[in-house]
Design a binder for this molecule. Structure first.
Ligand SMILES: [Zn+2]
Length: 62
């Protein structure tokens, strides 16, 4: 399930919400309850950071 970032157009509050792909019901700002919110691109919650290090990175040698 993707985590979406929203920005309220009324009070400029930024908040995150987990939504199903199929869920198209309006999102209300938790601060002012306005539904004038803009959704930013989804961030997927993943646990792995496998590609953080490159053990065989071809670094310069002495
Ligand atoms: Zn708001």
């Amino acid at each position: 399930m993707p985590l979406y970032d929203y920005v309220c157009q009324k009070c400029k509050n930024k908040f995150e919400m987990l939504r199903k792909f199929s869920d198209s019901s309006p999102v209300a700002c938790p601060k002012c309850a306005s539904t004038e919110v803009t959704r930013k691109p989804a961030t997927f919650i993943t646990g792995g950071d496998k590609h953080k290090h490159h053990p065989h990175w071809p670094f310069e040698r002495g």
